[in-house]
Design a binder for this molecule. Structure first.
Ligand code: DC
Length: 234
């Protein structure tokens, strides 16, 4: 079976990572959460006080970049890949609202994107990878065999994120989460570098009314066709 590349892009809290993980498990591919990498850089800058009250001095960010090392390690208990920042497990912390509130500003910095895109291309250089994010099908892997673009209504996305954070024991407010989603979508779509947009050859999946199983079936059907095509062309 050929090892293809699967790029999943879309808005915040559309269930991209849930779908990506399920596909990776089914195909025995590796999964890379590119959003976690932008979140890890944001956490680093917050912890170092370089990012404070929503603003930063760009030269300090550029000086800090070479000191930021991000990796994904399998947690043997949970049997899932978790994000590590300079050797420390930050999987839980990067999901918190204070990181979400600053991550769009950090991911709009061109030098941050250059560093992380190079790392992402490196992670996926041998194929057999599912990567989710905002620019995977347009910038990171423009030649990916499968490109999916996920959408869902704003209310449904806010409710899903709310339920997720609540289940983790976080104190959250639905309205605050909704506002954060709307703001992040706006910044992600309107930044100068690699804005969130659907690649011309991406297939759009609106999962507002789909169950997880229906969504997975739909995606696996699309992927199977791409695998068949790659097999014929090989
Ligand atoms: O997928 P996520 O919500 O964890 O992503 C966090 C932020 O990172 C998101 O607001 C936009 C940014 N991001 C990006 O700019 N490019 C990517 N490939 C992935 C995420």
């Amino acid at each position: 079976m050929p090892n293809i590349t699967i790029a999943i892009d879309g808005f915040s809290s559309c269930g991209k990572s849930t779908l990506a993980k399920e596909i990776a498990e089914k195909l025995q591919y590796s999964y890379v959460d590119s959003g976690a990498m932008y979140r890890a850089v944001t956490l680093y800058l917050l912890n170092k006080g370089i990012l404070k009250d929503g603003s930063f001095i760009k030269s300090q960010v550029l000086d800090a970049l070479p000191n930021i090392n991000i990796s994904f390690e399998i947690n043997p208990d949970k049997k899932r890949s978790e994000t590590h920042l300079n050797g420390n497990n930050v999987e839980k912390e990067i999901r918190k609202l204070h990181v979400a509130q600053h991550v769009s500003a950090v991911s709009a910095i061109p030098e941050v994107r250059t560093k992380l895109v190079a790392m992402q291309q490196n992670f996926g250089q041998n194929g057999a990878v599912v990567m989710d994010g905002r620019d995977i099908g347009t910038v990171v892997f423009p030649r990916a065999e499968v490109k999916l673009f996920m959408t869902a209504s704003k209310d449904i996305r806010a409710q899903r994120r709310y339920d997720e954070l609540l289940a983790k024991g976080d104190k959250v407010n639905l309205d605050e989460i909704r506002q954060n989603l709307v703001k992040r979508d706006y910044i992600d779509m309107n930044r100068d570098v690699s804005p969130l947009k659907k690649a011309e050859d991406a297939i759009e999946i609106d999962n507002s009314e789909l169950t997880r199983e229906e969504q997975l079936d739909l995606a696996l059907n699309i992927i199977q066709k791409a695998i068949d095509k790659s097999t014929i062309e090989a």
